[in-house]
Design a protein around this ligand. Structure first.
Ligand SMILES: [Zn+2]
Ligand SMILES: [Zn+2]
Length: 186
């Protein structure tokens, strides 16, 4: 399966406009020519995020120009613990957590649901950070009907996420960054 990768095309165009060879640009961003070549051909994980940021600078592209379409995907299951649930007006919204492009998996590692890369309503590419589509404004992940205005559901969804964070802690041997978590200790 090949993921769509417009970033590779964009990078190649910008590079050619400036008259840089692959070798020259690779030298500027500190990668091998073959990694750069693979990225241009659509292998979205051939270059790290750091290298892509450097490439944006080298090519006078706005920061993030090559990042947003590197194949970020999100889980399409509304009850997946990877989503961050929050209250918005009278409803509960879910902000999906992006799965970055360096995983070739087609399914969510947490719930097994299919990962998707674009808005299901209008096909605009997932921007990798919002809860709502930049194209049509619709939530990327919607709760089924009947899950509105319910504190209990919100609490349960938040609990899913808390439990997942605890599980991640265990799995990663307690390496999780505690500084971002509220502490109960005085
Ligand atoms: Zn999931
Ligand atoms: Zn949309």
């Amino acid at each position: 399966m090949t993921l769509p990768n417009k970033a590779g095309i964009k990078l190649k165009q910008a590079r050619q406009e400036l008259g840089f060879t692959q070798k020259k640009l690779a030298g500027m961003i500190g990668c091998t020519s073959s990694a750069l070549c693979m990225f241009e051909k659509g292998k979205h994980d051939a270059l790290s995020v750091e290298r892509l940021k450097t490439a944006c600078e080298a090519l006078n592209l706005e920061p993030g120009a090559l990042l947003e379409k590197t194949g970020a995907r999100y889980c399409s299951n509304p009850f997946c613990p990877t989503h961050y649930p929050f209250r918005i007006g009278d409803a509960i919204a879910l902000k999906p957590e992006p799965v970055d492009g360096d995983s070739a998996a087609r399914c969510c590692g947490w719930c097994g649901e299919l990962l998707v890369s674009k808005c299901e309503a209008c096909d605009t590419a997932y921007d990798g950070e919002s809860a709502f589509c930049q194209g049509c404004g619709q939530a990327y992940v919607d709760l089924p009907e009947g899950y509105h205005v319910d504190e209990k559901v919100l609490g349960e969804l938040q609990l899913l996420r808390v439990e997942r964070a605890a599980f991640t802690d265990l799995r990663e041997g307690g390496q999780h960054d505690k500084s971002t978590q509220p502490s109960r200790q005085p």
